[in-house]
Design a protein around this ligand. Structure first.
Ligand code: CA
Length: 216
């Protein structure tokens, strides 16, 4: 999953981005509204964390402009917990909001819930055949046995499982698993899929020639 964080306070942005990368997300960053909006319009993020108080274009304006074009899930960080701000954020098209100061585990849980709801999944655990994927704990078991996956393998299997039944193109996988600074070679995707098949069963991920990959 790939996130965009729009936050002008460098320390906050760094700590947030680091925590999210540790949680397995590909993370892009923007420090003002203009840059944030152009990234949000250009790339297809799984979710956006948007600060309200930004220099130049405010978070509300970013959200209003984004909503003219895209439905990307947005969690708004508001410094003020006053009701008018929350109401304005929700009316502008925010999917969730969190007043500052927030607890990091709560923010991460809300992001997971946002992504889950968007994909139409109610539970944090998805079971496919004898494979069980826990999106909160970031663990995968097969027939009850824990399977050790690399961060990339986990991100790949989580994305395909979250969108199971749908063919996901290579372009979509690149867009959602790698951040803007990632220059990983394209053939690595096949390597990750091949490793996942060895660990989870050869039939677990189906290749649709010329189209992409799918978990049925
Ligand atoms: Ca701010």
């Amino acid at each position: 999953m790939r996130l965009l964080i729009i936050e002008d306070e460098p320390d906050l942005l760094d700590s947030l981005a680091e925590a999210m990368r540790e949680d397995g997300y590909a993370v892009d960053e923007a420090t003002d509204g203009e840059d944030g909006l152009s990234k949000a319009l250009y790339s297809n993020y799984d979710a956006i964390v948007l600060d309200v108080m930004l220099p130049g274009m405010s978070g509300f304006t970013v959200l209003e402009k984004l909503r003219l074009k895209k439905k990307t899930p947005v969690l708004v960080l508001t410094a003020r917990s006053a009701t008018p701000d929350r109401v304005r954020g929700l009316d502008a098209g925010a999917d969730d909001y969190l007043p500052k100061p927030y607890e990091l585990p709560e923010l991460l849980a809300r992001i997971r819930a946002l992504i889950r709801r968007t994909a139409g999944n109610a539970s944090t655990v998805i079971r496919i055949q004898d494979v069980s994927i826990d999106f909160a704990a970031h663990t995968v078991t097969k027939a009850g046995t824990a399977i050790l996956l690399t961060a990339r393998e986990l991100a790949l299997v989580e994305y395909l499982a979250q969108h199971r039944g749908r063919i996901i193109t290579r372009e979509q996988l690149y867009e959602h698993l790698f951040d803007e600074n990632d220059d990983t070679l394209s053939n690595l995707l096949d390597v990750h899929v091949s490793h996942l098949r060895k660990k989870l069963g050869h039939e677990f991920i189906t290749t649709r020639r010329g189209l992409g990959y799918v978990i049925e």
